[in-house]
Ligand binder design. Structure first.
Ligand SMILES: Cc1cc2nc3c(=O)[nH]c(=O)nc-3n(C[C@H](O)[C@H](O)[C@H](O)COP(=O)(O)OP(=O)(O)OC[C@H]3O[C@@H](n4cnc5c(N)ncnc54)[C@H](O)[C@@H]3O)c2cc1C
Length: 290
């Protein structure tokens, strides 16, 4: 059985949106295809009539400063993001996450937009973007809208995007100012095998010797990528110390339910890893923010 009938390669965003609107349905966008092809071949998604390939659209493959924000196009391959000096300067957690995803062959084709739109609770790029205070730029034939990233996710594999109508055009991230820094860390079995056992990303601001603002996200820690507001609040207005970090961990374990997974880890093991990742990553970001 054919998994699709028609494969289209629009050259502009406008053309892509028109094609999405007019092509016989079911219609779906494809970028690197590293998730979508498996979903189609393994029957998690039914066959589609039309695939619309976004990788030839140059407006969606950019990394640039726009005003006071860093913009990353949704069709930018992960390898480009992992080696971009702009991303390293303003969103180090994303550099680190994209550099750890899969192996080089996958990173050369897989895109950040695909990583987000696939909506898995532990997707590495998505977890980094969540801690970095990212807004998604969504576009359809009627215009554009911005959405805080966490609001995009409705459940595992489910987003607020109208499939076949709306696209992720890209992501806006705040620029990194003095005293601010971020880091990403994860534990995995073997590099190259999809998804981590646990990952964790932190963005923080250091002022007058204390943590003045902090964002923490980790995955998988629930049905959708998310932050931990109670843990963040507990860490604010304090300097980083190991003892203090241990107290924050107690709050984090109360706030998060780490699920057991038959293929990856028990929930107890994930709790153990959360302690290690929180301590290590917090120490790294604290030092970077100096
Ligand atoms: C061997 C292997 C190892 C991997 N390891 C990891 C890992 O360690 N960590 C990790 O996080 N992931 C991993 N992955 C998963 C994968 O590479 C990523 O999720 C990838 O970033 C998806 O991007 P893509 O461009 O390939 O998306 P695609 O497969 O093309 O698309 C995925 C989904 O997103 C939709 N989509 C794509 N772009 C857009 C857009 N701009 N707007 C709206 N919808 C869109 C598609 O319709 C589809 O539903 C691995 C995959 C493989 C095959």
């Amino acid at each position: 059985m054919n998994l699709w009938q028609q494969y289209l390669r629009p050259r502009s965003l406008t053309e892509a949106l028109q094609v999405l609107h007019s092509a016989p349905s079911p219609v779906r966008v494809i970028a690197g295809g590293t998730d979508l092809m498996l979903d189609l071949k393994q029957g998690r998604l039914p066959p589609v009539h039309t695939l619309v390939d976004l990788t030839g659209i140059s407006e969606m493959n950019v990394i640039e400063i726009r005003g006071k924000e860093l913009f990353i196009g949704a069709a930018t391959p992960l390898s480009q993001i992992a080696t971009s000096p702009l991303v390293e300067e303003h969103a180090r957690a994303l550099t680190e996450a994209c550099g750890l995803i899969a192996g080089p062959q996958v990173r050369n084709v897989a895109t950040l937009g695909g990583n987000v739109a696939h909506a898995l609770p532990a997707a590495d790029g998505t977890i980094a973007l969540t801690a970095l205070g990212t807004q998604a730029l969504i576009v359809d034939l009627n215009g554009r809208r911005r959405l805080p990233l966490a609001e995009l996710f409705l459940g595992p594999g489910e987003t607020a995007l109208k499939v076949g109508q709306e696209l992720l055009e890209g992501f806006y991230l705040p620029l990194c100012s003095t005293g601010q820094a971020s880091a990403f860390n994860r534990v995995m079995r073997v590099q190259g095998i999809a998804l981590p056992i646990l990952n964790l990303a932190i963005w923080l601001e250091r002022k007058n010797g204390n943590i003045s603002q902090i964002h923490i996200s980790a995955g998988p820690s629930g049905p959708t990528p998310r932050r931990f507001p109670k843990t963040e609040e507990a860490l604010c207005r304090q300097p980083f110390t190991s003892e203090f970090c241990e107290r924050a961990l107690v709050i984090m374990l109360d706030e998060v339910h780490f699920r057991a997974s038959p293929h990856r880890a028990s929930s107890e093991y994930r709790q153990h890893l959360a302690a290690v990742l929180l301590q290590d990553t917090l120490k790294t970001v604290w030092q970077r923010a100096r």
